[in-house]
Write a protein that binds this ligand. Structure first.
Ligand code: PMV
Length: 328
């Protein structure tokens, strides 16, 4: 970090656009990087020793032997980098501060974005040579600490940005799209915490009882492939078609039993206000509802959401992935 007072690394969060739940059974899914970030600042301390502060959790980590739970993925990254580059990072005078546009555990990939931003800021601070591939590798190792056997989609999309088509396999198939259409999303918090494990389990139970669920999954797979073909048209993609596919996907997620009264209330509020399409995103039951915005209705919609007391985010697709800035 020669001549620099602070390094700021910004890594995007993500949202699942199509194919959640069916992805668990080997069907494709599509995710997008968001214009919402986890930011990691690194500067030099006067004293030796690593200090990490998270403003979201309001905790400080300053003892290498006592790691607060949310920092365990970061410890794994530090240990790997220390070993690979033969350096003792804990003995260096490093001050790390973590900020996020989104709350932790909201299903929008903030843990992966944190690992990506932390890795990038640290490698940059230490003046080490690296490629994006290396950031993705270390961040994935961090993700394994948070999620056991993650798919790798969250760290990949946060590192590279854009849209990703993902198929879960022993070796996952990931296709990226760096020039997606210029879409604007609205994300509305249902206020109900999501429970991915429980939602995935309830779909598995339903599938076991009704083999017809296999046909529902087949249609979701077709929707994902149709949407991907549309996205590949870049600026010429038909936004109306993408919105309609979102609505159809949502209907099928309801058929899988992962919608809820609150989600439906928000989905219909969005549709009434004239979005191109609306659906639940991620595990469902709670979490966020995703709408594809029509620019002309943005002001009116925001006013309605505020009147109803909803917490929401508006976001475009992030195309760049991780970015690093030196502040002098
Ligand atoms: O809500 P999230 O971000 O935990 O997403 C879950 C997505 C599922 O397809 C339901 C599960 C999975 O592992 O892909």
């Amino acid at each position: 970090m020669r001549g620099t007072n602070m390094i700021v690394a910004k890594a995007p969060a993500k949202v699942i656009l199509f194919g959640e739940h069916a992805v668990v059974y080997g069907y494709p899914s599509i995710a997008s990087a968001l214009d919402l970030y986890v930011k990691v600042n690194i500067s030099k301390r006067k004293e030796n020793g690593l200090v990490v502060k998270s403003n979201q959790y309001n905790i400080i980590w300053d003892n290498p032997k006592k790691v607060p739970e949310p920092f365990k993925p970061l410890r794994r990254i530090i240990d790997l980098i220390s070993k690979d580059y033969d350096v003792n990072i804990y003995a260096k005078n490093v001050y790390v501060e973590i900020n996020s546009d989104l709350p932790p555990g909201c299903g929008l990939g903030t843990s992966a974005a944190c690992s990506v931003a932390f890795t990038a800021a640290l490698l940059e601070h230490l003046d080490f040579q690296y490629e994006k591939e290396k950031i993705n590798y270390y961040a994935f190792e961090g993700e394994k600490v948070s999620h056991g056997t993650p798919s790798g989609i969250d760290n990949t999309i946060s590192t590279y940005g854009g849209l990703l088509l993902y198929v879960k396999k022993d070796k996952p198939v990931i296709q990226s799209l760096e020039n997606p259409p210029n879409l604007v999303f609205v994300l509305i918090d249902t206020g109900i915490p999501r429970n991915t494990k429980q939602a995935v389990l309830s779909v598995a139970k339903l599938f076991k009882k009704h083999s017809i669920i296999g046909s529902v999954m087949d249609v979701i797979g077709d929707i994902v492939n149709t949407a991907w073909t549309e996205f590949q048209k870049g600026e010429n993609a038909d936004v109306q078609t993408i919105g309609e596919l979102m609505n159809i996907n949502h209907g099928l997620l309801s058929a899988l039993g992962v919608s809820s009264a609150k989600i439906e209330e928000i989905v219909y509020l969005l549709r009434k206000k004239g979005v191109y399409g609306a659906k639940l995103t991620g595990a469902g039951i709670g979490g966020y509802v995703l709408g594809l915005l029509r620019k002309e209705i943005t002001d009116r919609l925001e006013k309605t959401l505020r009147t109803h007391g909803y917490k929401y985010f508006i976001s475009r697709i992030n195309r760049k992935g991780i970015s690093i800035e030196h502040i002098r």
